[in-house]
Design a protein around this ligand. Structure first.
Ligand code: MSP
Length: 684
């Protein structure tokens, strides 16, 4: 009986001929998103990934390393497993095709097909490509080169065992036509159908003589041969169910798979080889095989010889795991090719994440800190209900309603593998919340006792929206979701089926003590030296992170900037800031300065007049830090100033330099020096 309440998803099993790269990370992250989503929906999920350890590629890589193939696999396997931990991959099992139990299942299937006379022995002669591990016919091979990888092919003549694949051609065509979700996306489905309806499907050679390749699973009916690596590898999707799920074998429960995620290059092996193998074994076919596109790097094909293979570990170390997951999922529609560049990565982090959800959480909690001592405010009676609410709080009502209907919209995007749309829906909700915050201007409401009710309505709504957003973000960005919940001060069990029932409004309890922490996504400045994609192996891109998440900004020459009418996160993505050379940067003279005295500038809320010592000279600087600091608290501090700025007058008072502080529209903290250094010391 079909089990509607389970979800079995697989990634390809990766060859262990080298360390994992961004392409491997891509499929695995995408599979993880779906696994996490369906768990939240209350399905029993089995998420499988693993390694393809047999075959020529692995044998050759081991020979090159001068070690035995098994030792080679054992050495590389942890690199994959560790990367999956680092990328927060929640796979339920990790298969290695050298597992004894897997080998037994492969041999059992081979024997079964041999017994049914669906495997036969024949002479074979053709052009063999060692790299692709496959034969080509005369007409495929032009100029002695493999049509696929363009490497030289060799003429080989040998006895081999063949699987009678050809006889399933019509059945396969019919299956594809009948099941429009079987091969996705649509364009790939048409490609496979086009090929199957115009060419004759031949039989498949499923053995390799041991004299040529010894690293494989022996044929149970002829020990002079090992199994062709694809026959061995594809079987993993079922063999894993026999021995990897905890408890009883789970093939009855989980097969057929709901989704095999694969790259476009291995669609044929899945859609044609695997499907016909399953037909021959009288097993049902998977529901969906989804072929995604390939990543290039800075517009070029990724390859070892070009030295541009992206190490996902480095990206995670540099930008953080959720930022990397976000980039992979958001940058290109799943199914299409994409290009990785650090530039694009940084743009996403800054414009989508730091300015988006990161800023929203930070500003909401800051305002709750300031106005409610960090506790979630209580909710005014019926504040989002009825006609009055529509009149008084239309934007709040809109944000609330759009979050409550978000789940239904996302279902389709999850079902259709539209990860970029999922994230777009979510970021547009973030903008909705930012918009109502800006409209209601809680920073002004906070100054007026009679506006207390409106203030708590705005801040409660923002916090509750963040709570709900965290639930929907979880499949894509699990660490961010947890951090939002933590900072809101609530315990959320993300392992429970939180999205099984409709999300309810108002579960965030008033009085909950929030715990504002570091910015979710610190802004990243553009690298000026090497970049990951240009093949730094050791050197990580030079980045300067502003831990406040707001950017380091000079403040002395900016008298009370007006409150922006558009929040940062609803503005169009800012244009990439122009890069400057080191020479340009060196023109700016930064020095430490000791504050000798400080006093407010009359009639200004923000400006404070400072007398500072630079060791050999004294200066007067007017700084816009008066909302954050009382003058007395500043005296004696060693701060950082721009020392070679042309003097300017602020409210008629000359300022001979500029103080550096973190913050955007609001000053959040002065740059100070932790150690004791002399006033006037250069800062570089
Ligand atoms: N071992 C086989 C799969 C057997 S599945 C029963 C294999 N392994 S692989 O390591 O070579 O490739 C694994 C996956 O990585 C494939 O889905 C492939 O499409 C993907 N990618 C390899 N390079 C890639 C990019 N540059 N971009 C995106 N994915 C890429 O094939």
């Amino acid at each position: 009986m079909k089990n509607e309440n389970k979800f079995y998803i697989t990634t390809p099993i990766y060859y262990v001929n080298d360390v994992p790269h961004i392409g491997h990370a891509y499929t695995t992250v995408a599979a993880d998103v779906l696994a996490r989503y369906w768990r939240l929906r209350g399905h029993e999920v089995f998420f499988l990934t693993g390694l393809d350890e047999h075959g020529q590629k692995v044998q050759q890589a081991a020979a090159k390393a001068g070690i035995d193939p098994q030792a080679h696999c054992d050495k590389l396997a942890p690199q994959f497993e560790n990367l999956w931990r680092k990328l927060s991959i929640s796979n339920d099992a990790f298969i290695r095709t050298t597992d004894v139990q897997h080998k037994q299942v492969v041999q059992q299937y081979l024997q079964e097909l041999f017994g049914k006379q669906l495997i036969y022995k024949a002479d074979y002669s053709g052009w063999y490509c060692t790299f692709d591990e496959r034969f080509w016919t005369e007409k495929d091979v032009a100029d002695g080169l493999c049509p696929d990888c363009k490497r030289p092919v060799e003429k080989l003549s040998e006895h081999n065992y063949f699987f009678k694949m050809g006889q399933y051609q019509d059945r396969l065509i019919e299956h594809i036509k009948k099941h429009d979700r079987f091969i996705r996306p649509e364009s790939r489905r048409n490609e496979v159908l086009g090929f199957l309806t115009t060419q004759t499907l031949g039989d498949l050679s499923i053995s390799r003589p041991k004299s040529r390749l010894s690293w494989g699973i022996e044929l149970p009916f002829d020990t002079n041969y090992v199994t062709y690596v694809w026959f061995d590898a594809l079987v993993n999707y079922i063999s894993a169910l026999e021995y990897l799920p905890r408890g009883n074998p789970a093939s009855n429960r989980f097969w057929p798979a709901n989704v095999h995620l694969v790259g476009k290059d291995i669609l044929t092996t899945h859609a044609v080889y695997w499907s016909t193998m399953l037909m021959a074994l009288d097993l049902p076919l998977p529901e969906t095989i989804f072929a995604h596109g390939w990543w290039t790097v800075d517009g070029e094909k990724m390859s070892k010889s070009r030295g541009n293979v992206i190490d996902p570990n480095k990206i995670v170390e540099t930008y953080g795991v959720d930022a990397f997951r976000y980039f992979l999922l958001r940058e290109v529609p799943f199914g299409q090719d994409g290009d990785f560049s650090e530039h694009a990565m940084i743009r996403r982090v800054n414009s989508d994440l730091a300015n988006g959800i990161g800023n929203l959480l930070s500003r909401t909690l800051t305002m709750i800190d300031r106005s409610y001592e960090g506790k979630i405010p209580s909710v005014p009676q019926n504040y989002l209900v009825g006609k009055l609410a529509e009149e008084n709080y239309p934007l709040l009502v809109h944000a609330r309603n759009s979050l409550l209907t978000l789940g239904n919209q996302l279902v389709y995007s999850f079902q259709d593998f539209e990860f970029n749309n999922l994230l777009l829906h979510i970021t547009s909700r973030v903008s909705d919340v930012d918009t109502f915050i800006d409209q209601h201007k809680p920073w002004n409401l906070a100054k007026d006792q009679s506006k207390r009710e409106e203030l708590s309505a705005v801040l409660y709504t923002a916090a509750e929206c963040l709570r709900i957003l965290s639930l929907y973000l979880y499949p894509m960005m699990p660490n961010t979701a947890k951090s939002i919940a933590d900072q809101l001060g609530i315990a959320v069990d993300f392992d429970s089926p939180l999205l099984k029932a409709n999300v309810k409004w108002g579960e965030l309890q008033s009085g909950t003590k929030t715990r504002k922490a570091a910015a979710l996504f610190p802004r990243v400045e553009f690298a000026t030296s090497d970049s990951i994609s240009r093949g730094i192996k050791e050197k990580v891109a030079v980045r300067k992170i502003d831990l406040s998440g707001k950017g380091v900004k000079p403040v002395s020459d900016t008298p009370a900037p007006p409150q922006p009418t558009t929040p940062a996160s609803t503005m169009p993505a800012p244009a990439t800031p122009p890069q400057i050379t080191i020479d340009e940067f060196m023109k700016v003279q930064l020095r430490t300065a000791k504050i000798l005295s400080a006093e407010r500038v009359p009639k200004s809320e923000k400006l404070i007049k400072l007398q500072v010592s630079l060791g050999d000279e004294q200066r007067q600087i007017v700084a816009g830090i008066g909302k954050k600091y009382e003058p007395d608290a500043l005296v004696g501090k060693t701060i950082v100033i721009v020392a070679n700025l042309k003097p300017a007058k602020l409210m008629g008072i000359e300022s001979q330099g500029m103080v550096l502080a973190a913050g955007d529209t609001d000053v959040r903290g002065l740059l100070t020096i932790q150690e004791e250094v002399d006033a006037g010391t250069k800062v570089k």
